[in-house]
Ligand binder design. Structure first.
Ligand SMILES: Nc1ncnc2c1ncn2[C@@H]1O[C@H](COP(=O)(O)OP(=O)(O)OP(=O)(O)O)[C@@H](O)[C@H]1O
Ligand SMILES: [Mg+2]
Length: 317
């Protein structure tokens, strides 16, 4: 059984449809009964999102993460399992799940922040916690920078897992997902990123705000080239602008799809899922970028989370 692992962030999103609630409340007093939109939770986190996309595209991703097991955490696990994500290697924390509050305003804009509950776990892995996961026959392992914060036991455990998978013969992919404005790029964080860049076969990222800090170069394409060196594949995204693929020295440009963007939530995660799925089906790197673009476009043009085309739609265009 060929294995595909995704290791990284899996959290709970608490969705507060503030704009819709406000609209509903504005109509009070007109004698009609109305439904005020509900507040609800759903599975979130970049690596969980990418896993869901992979499962929807017919893959059997195995997620490696730690999540709290209050009712919100358990619901999130149930949700991704129902999508087809293998959750056997999840590490279950007795603490409550870490919740990201997401307020959606009248224009569909979302505002996020973590809810610092005193009983919530932080999802940090401990040394040796992934050691018993059987990585034999692993063909692909994917991770991302969202929960790489510093050089601690947690990040070192992720590096150790990626290394074990690589030694087992896996392709290693990594989404920079730097979030520089909120997370910065401390010395410790840089140390871990550099270890992961060394291990990675494929690096995906978006814009100069990601490629700039990690390379110290202020030209996007040039930063991608430096990261690629002679042996790596680098996928340089830039929102709606064309994607630059640098594949072991060969470069190609791939326009994004024309869609009506309703939001940008999960665009990068969806791209990663489409890209990796294509690679798992044996497609060449250019086709992987095309699948990434199409998946991301479907996600940002639909309100339902992580909407992607069907496999046959992707195959037939
Ligand atoms: N306006 C748009 N129209 C079409 N496609 C888009 C648009 N914006 C983003 N995309 C698609 O989404 C992909 C990822 O977007 P972006 O470069 O913003 O990633 P990201 O910053 O990593 O996203 P995230 O915020 O999820 O981390 C793009 O490469 C492109 O395929
Ligand atoms: Mg991203």
């Amino acid at each position: 059984m060929k294995k595909l692992f995704c290791i990284g962030d899996f959290t709970v999103d608490l969705i507060i449809p503030f704009g819709d609630m406000k609209r509903a409340v504005k109509g009070y007093g007109d004698g009609k009964k109305r439904n005020v939109p509900k507040i609800y939770t759903q599975a979130g986190g970049g690596i969980a999102n990418t896993s869901v996309v992979l499962a929807r595209l017919g893959q059997q991703p195995r997620i490696v993460s730690k999540i709290g097991t209050d009712s919100c955490g358990l619901d999130a696990i149930k949700d991704i399992r129902a999508e087809g994500v293998n959750t056997d290697n999840l590490i279950l924390d007795k603490a409550s799940a870490f919740i990201i509050g997401s307020v959606i305003d009248e224009d569909g804009e979302r505002y996020f922040n973590g809810w610092q509950r005193s009983d919530a776990g932080n999802g940090a892995l401990l040394k040796g916690e992934t050691e018993d996961i059987d990585v034999s026959e692993t063909v692909w392992v994917h991770s991302g920078g969202i929960n790489i914060h510093d050089d601690t036991e947690h990040e070192r455990e992720i590096v150790a897992f990626l290394r074990r998978c690589k030694e087992a013969g896996a392709t290693v992919s990594f989404d920079i997902n730097l979030r520089y404005e909120t997370s910065g790029y401390s010395e410790g964080r840089r140390r871990i990123y550099e270890q992961i860049f060394d291990l990675a076969d494929i690096i995906l990222g978006s814009g100069l705000d990601e490629f700039g800090p990690v390379t110290g170069i202020d030209d996007l394409a040039e930063a991608g080239r430096v990261l690629a060196g002679n042996s790596k594949t680098v996928v340089v995204r830039n929102s709606s602008k064309p994607v630059l693929l640098i594949n072991r020295g060969q470069e190609s440009i791939h326009p994004t799809c024309r869609v009506q963007q309703l939001h940008t939530i999960g665009a990068g995660d969806s791209f990663d899922g489409g890209f990796i799925a294509a690679a798992m089906y044996g497609k060449d790197m250019k086709t992987c970028v095309e699948w990434g673009n199409r998946c991301a476009a479907a996600t940002i043009s639909h309100m339902a989370p992580m909407t992607v085309p069907t496999l046959s739609e992707l195959e037939n265009i």
